[in-house]
Write a protein that binds this ligand. Structure first.
Ligand code: PMP
Ligand code: GLN
Length: 385
């Protein structure tokens, strides 16, 4: 009996599932998987309850409910000046994860080469493998995790068809700057490449660093599929409502896959996310300010314990080097940490092809209440040398 396909060979269980299960089993404070420990806005939750009670419980249209598609288009105009047609250039997906999966399966053929930023979010590797594509990592290195432009140029081959971007970047927390985006855009245009841009942390940049969607650069709107998520922007990660926006042909190819993966995404949650996207500016500024203060709390605490801390410019996550505390191997460190200190974190190695570079790095999530971060730091005190 054949019990699994070559398509999933070696993919195993995601590190997030493994580490969250470990946190539950051991009662450790979970600074591993990136999910907030506070609920999203109560008015948004009430909207979903209203939708559930008012009979919006059958299949949504394939592309998503009209008010969410309009709200996504309004959001792209309001924050970035981007014009997308809600009828043909917006696709609602079951989280950004399904958007990424559908885009890669719909846009990339077996043998195509896809440039990705290393370290990379784990579902990229899995989906590139399932699509039969070859990944070409371009590595962001500590301490500042900037994009090495020469290496990016050198990664393009005649078989390259797409660039899979992520900014703000998980796990490093770096945010691509204008000069980096200009270089990516120039390469994409010169070699006629599609850009798939994962921007799920678009509303989580700190210290006034702007998030610049690559679709806003000259010549890029027509070759960029942008992926986003209501889970991240509204602290509702369990709702799994995301969207892809871009030119009609790229959205249609993505829809070509999505329709057979899930057909449509959860209907009663979509009008609520539409309502959320229209939140006043104050919601977004307060959200970012709160996360920035939690970032500072965790980064300061980890630095006091003796870790080398690479302060992130965006996302939910901070990366540290564990060697100053006498550890070498992040996987080993993270597997022992719940027993040793009652805390869960995520080893970077799983996000790297370059094992040596990832080995001493560990990622910690700060999308947690200040008292939870304080408790985690107090527990980690046992590691101090
Ligand atoms: N992309 C990145 C970079 C992420 O960190 C995540 C994490 N949740 C996702 C995509 C998936 O988002 P969703 O939960 O909306 O599927
Ligand atoms: N994006 C989240 C993280 O990086 C986790 C999402 C997931 O579990 N797939 O922690």
């Amino acid at each position: 009996m054949k019990t699994s396909s070559d398509r999933i060979a070696g993919l195993g269980t995601t590190i997030f599932a493994e580490m969250s299960a470990l946190a539950l089993r051991t009662g450790a404070v979970n600074l591993g998987q990136g999910f907030p420990d506070t609920d999203g806005p109560s008015d948004v939750v009430e909207h979903a309850v209203d939708a559930l009670r008012s009979g919006r419980n059958q299949y949504a249209p394939g592309f998503g409910v009209p008010e969410l598609r309009v709200a996504v288009a309004d959001h792209q105009r309001r924050f970035y000046g981007l014009e997308v047609d809600p009828d043909s250039e917006v696709l609602v997906t079951t989280g950004a994860t399904e958007g990424i999966a559908s885009a890669l399966l719909g846009l990339v053929d077996p043998g195509d080469e896809v440039i990705t930023l290393e370290p990379y979010y784990d579902s990229y590797v899995a989906m590139l493998q399932m699509a039969g594509a070859v990944r070409r990592p371009v590595t962001l290195r500590a301490p500042d995790f900037r994009l090495p432009l020469d290496e990016l140029r050198a990664a393009v081959t005649p078989r390259t068809t797409a660039i899979l971007l992520n900014s703000p970047h998980n796990p490093t927390g770096s945010v691509l700057r204008r000069d980096e985006l200009d270089a990516i855009a120039a390469i994409a245009i010169e070699h006629d490449l599609v850009v798939i841009s994962d921007e799920v942390y678009e509303h989580l940049t700190f210290d006034d660093i702007p998030h610049i969607p690559i679709a806003t650069l000259p010549g890029m709107a027509e070759r960029t599929l942008t992926i986003a998520s209501g889970g991240k922007s509204f602290s509702l990660t369990g709702w799994k409502i995301g969207w892809a926006t871009g030119p009609e042909r790229l959205v249609a190819a993505t829809m070509g896959v999505k329709q057979f993966l899930t057909y449509t995404s959860g209907s009663p949650l979509q009008p609520a996310i539409a309502h959320a996207l229209a939140a006043p500016d104050a919601y977004f500024t307060e959200f970012t300010a709160r996360l920035q203060s939690q970032r500072d709390q965790l980064c300061d605490g980890l630095a006091r314990l003796g870790f080398d801390v690479f302060v992130p410019e965006g996302t939910y996550f901070v990366t540290t080097d564990i060697r100053p505390l006498g550890f070498e191997d992040g996987i080993d460190f993270c597997r022992r940490l719940p027993e040793q200190a009652g805390v869960v974190a995520i080893p970077h190695q799983v996000f790297w092809d370059d094992n040596d570079a990832g080995r001493p790095l560990v990622r910690w999530a700060f999308c947690k209440r200040p008292e939870v971060i304080a408790e985690a730091l107090a527990r980690l005190d046992v590691l101090r040398r």
